[in-house]
Ligand binder design. Structure first.
Ligand code: BGC
Length: 730
């Protein structure tokens, strides 16, 4: 850890990993922030115009063709750099991607590795706020130890479409789940004395034509879905910066969107931090008046708008000096509030301890979708097991793009995929080392475990016919900048699985995908395990779940449709059109996305949001609801089986004054010993019950019915509550 750290700071780092409850109290944070405001104002007042302007522009400190940016000596290759103002003690900002671990764009820092965490979608599947904190804290410690003080983390666009190539970087389809997990992650990141962003604000719902796609949605559903998720994430996490998105929202570029930035974020929500652009998202100096405070990664834009062009607007009286001061103060107050006084000095990192967090996260994110009793694998006997496909002899799949992490546990392998040029992080498929095959062999020393690549389905099927058990690993790569046009597994893997299942009735499937997929073979196989992109410890985690060393407790944070025809849009807007074609993505389903869409249209998904099996059995009872200094729901959960395990009971609003609807309002991951029972009570955020009307939240008076369930489609006890009319500020 940094030599500049006080013993208190070191203690705080340890405590945060062990005891999430020790995170700063709101009162303490308010106190620090007040001081930070005063100090920011004092320091900003002493700046020259040029110094102020210098804070409003960042570069990507990586040389690339066409870039005019001057990279100061000593600045490492990373996503972002903003010079400080040394004479006033203002620290330089050194930013790194950090959604799934610390990035190393295109391996520009040769040899630099980091702990590669599972996909955020896997983290969302844990439904575990404490885990989100442990992962956030771990990534932030590595960032700080590598010298970074700004983390481009907090990715949380709601998964509205299972084809979005970046869903693996986000936290699923539900506003409450995504908002709460993002908030806890960000809070833990920032407790390490670094800034976290929350991104990409807002409605960055697909990668196809991402610079030209206009996300069209009405105000009320926008507030009730994507914006509510961000609002909750910001309230809990208080991120230092908000990163605005590439796409347009209702006709205006998100980074120059007066309504989103000035009205919603800064006025309605009272957000005190700064808005930073995504890299290459700025196309005019006028974005500044619309609420954008910092043009980041500026050489990816056509012009450096927030340098000379912005100063010219100030000189011409079109941008006020007060607005410039406001932007600078927003930045300084958060740097001060988080105790960031200087760029950090690199220090050694304890990777083995961090790998344990990555392992815990991978285990917790795995969802057992189907199991007819074949899992967990029997430890006794000497079965012959055939493992097929998915490069399971080497490692596990990961996602592509700016979130890519070069893992700390060994050399990754790059696979040239369908996506084209294998030389960039946006298109190459990277396998994390850590072989599930090796982990299985180690866990089942009695068994004869063999591997077949699966490249020839017929050869694999011939071997399968002779084995006692067949475990097929199927992968699907996804990455930033690409959407998959279909939900099928690529490269003939659906046919491979079907052939193996036909050859051997004891076939089960492990999926390493960044999104839901369709499974034409799902009835033919005995078990299905969704492992997502499980990060560098994923191979071990998969083996742990298959053998029962870990009882799976993940739940789906995203609905798995039976086919694309069940979705609001069967074709992805703009797919196949040439680059630079403007396209409208009309979210006519409004806030009724994901499981709400299935509920509204009466369709049955393949696997529902919230679904996930366990090796033990849970039951729910003694449900109640009260409105007593807040809306509170309660439930008793029991482990009726003979193994320890964790349940994730969920509460949904299912009816309001006789009108059916469905909204997740509470969840909790509850570890239970065999026979153990626990009474739970949850305070419900009233905005989840409300409509956004007339500039605020309104709850009609009347009867609210809640259902407790194991998934959005498997609901148990219900309770009713009469509530008076309520109005809440936006
Ligand atoms: C991504 C951001 C990322 C930034 C910096 C962009 O391509 O959209 O999520 O933080 O690059 O690498």
């Amino acid at each position: 850890m940094s030599s500049r750290m006080t013993p208190q700071h070191r203690l705080r780092q340890t405590a945060i990993l062990l005891v999430p409850a020790l995170l700063g109290t709101p009162a303490a944070l308010a106190q620090t922030r007040e001081d930070a405001d005063a100090r920011a104002a004092r320091v900003e007042a002493q700046m020259t115009d040029a110094e102020r302007m210098s804070l409003l522009v960042g570069i990507m400190p990586i040389p690339f063709p066409g870039s005019k940016a001057v990279i100061p000596a000593g600045v490492p290759a990373t996503a972002g750099y903003v010079p400080g103002v040394p004479r006033l003690g203002v620290p330089a900002q050194l930013a790194t991607d950090a959604g799934l671990g610390i990035g190393n764009p295109n391996l520009s820092r040769p040899g630099d590795v980091a702990t590669a965490m599972p996909a955020s979608l896997a983290l969302a599947a844990s439904f575990d706020t404490g885990l989100a904190e442990r992962v956030g804290a771990t990534v932030a410690m590595e960032a700080r130890a590598k010298g970074f003080n700004v983390l481009l983390a907090g990715g949380m666009n709601l998964a509205r479409d299972p084809r979005n190539g970046r869903n693996f970087e986000y936290l699923g389809e539900d506003p409450w789940l995504a908002g709460v997990l993002a908030g806890h992650g960000i809070r833990a990141i920032q407790a390490q004395g670094v800034v976290s962003t929350i991104k990409h604000f807002a409605l960055n719902g697909q990668e196809t034509l991402r610079f030209y796609a206009d996300s069209v949605i009405d105000e009320a559903p926008l507030r009730e879905s994507e914006l509510l998720a961000f609002q909750i994430g910001i309230e809990i996490g208080q991120p230092g910066a908000v990163m605005c998105a590439y796409n347009l929202v209702n006709g205006h570029k998100a980074c120059g969107n007066e309504h989103l930035l000035n009205t919603v974020l800064k006025r309605d929500w009272g957000y005190k931090g700064w808005v930073m652009s995504d890299w290459g998202a700025v196309s005019s100096a006028s974005f500044f008046n619309a609420g954008l405070d910092q043009q980041a990664g500026s050489q990816l834009d056509k012009e450096v708008w927030f340098g000379q062009p912005l100063q010219a607007l100030v000189d011409a009286g079109q941008v006020s000096k007060a607005r410039v001061s406001d932007a600078v103060r927003r930045m300084l107050r958060n740097l001060y509030a988080l105790g960031i006084e200087q760029a950090y000095t690199p220090t050694p990192i304890g990777y083995p301890a961090h790998a344990r967090v990555a392992l815990e996260a991978a285990q917790a994110g795995i969802v057992l979708l189907k199991n007819d009793g074949v899992l967990p694998l029997a430890k006794e006997g000497a079965p012959s097991v055939l493992v097929v496909g998915g490069h399971a002899d080497f490692g596990v799949m990961s996602g592509g793009g700016s979130s890519q992490v070069i893992p700390s546990n060994g050399k990754p392998r790059f696979v040239t995929g369908d996506a084209g040029d294998p030389s960039t992080m946006f298109s190459r498929q990277m396998l994390m080392p850590g072989s599930p095959l090796a982990a299985l062999k180690a866990a089942m020393p009695q068994a004869r475990v063999r591997f077949n690549s699966g490249y020839s389905a017929d050869t694999a099927a011939a071997y399968a016919a002779k084995a006692d058990l067949v475990i097929v690993f199927a992968t699907k790569w996804e990455g930033e900048g690409h959407d998959s046009g279909s939900l099928a597994l690529p490269q003939g893997q659906d046919e491979l699985i079907a052939k193996l299942a036909a050859a051997n009735p004891n076939t089960l499937v492990v999926l390493e995908t960044g999104n839901p997929i369709t499974m034409p073979w799902h009835r033919e196989v005995r078990a299905i395990v969704q492992a997502w992109y499980p990060g560098q410890e994923g191979g071990q985690a998969i083996a742990d779940v298959l053998t029962g060393a870990v009882n799976p407790a993940g739940r789906l944070p995203i609905s798995f449709p039976q086919s694309l025809s069940q979705m609001p849009r069967s074709a992805l807007p703009g797919i196949g059109l040439p680059e630079r074609t403007p396209v409208q993505v009309v979210y006519a389903e409004g806030a009724q996305a994901g499981y709400r869409w299935f509920a509204k249209t009466g369709q049955t998904p393949l696997y529902a949001f919230g679904h996930g099996l366990s090796y033990t059995r849970f039951s729910h009872g003694a449900a109640w609801a009260r409105n007593d200094q807040g809306i509170t729901l309660g439930l008793t959960v029991s482990n009726d089986g003979s193994r320890a395990g964790a349940d994730v009971p969920q509460a949904y609003l299912v009816e309001r004054n006789g009108r059916k609807l469905q909204r997740l309002v509470a969840f909790q991951k509850v570890p239970l010993q065999p026979g153990q029972r626990q009474a739970l009570s949850w305070r419900v955020d009233p905005r989840l019950l409300a409509d956004f009307t007339a500039g605020g939240w309104t709850l009609p008076a009347g009867t609210y019915r809640f259902a407790f369930g194991k998934s959005a489609a498997d609901l148990g006890p219900t309770v009713e509550l009469r509530l008076p009319a309520m109005a809440l500020k936006p």
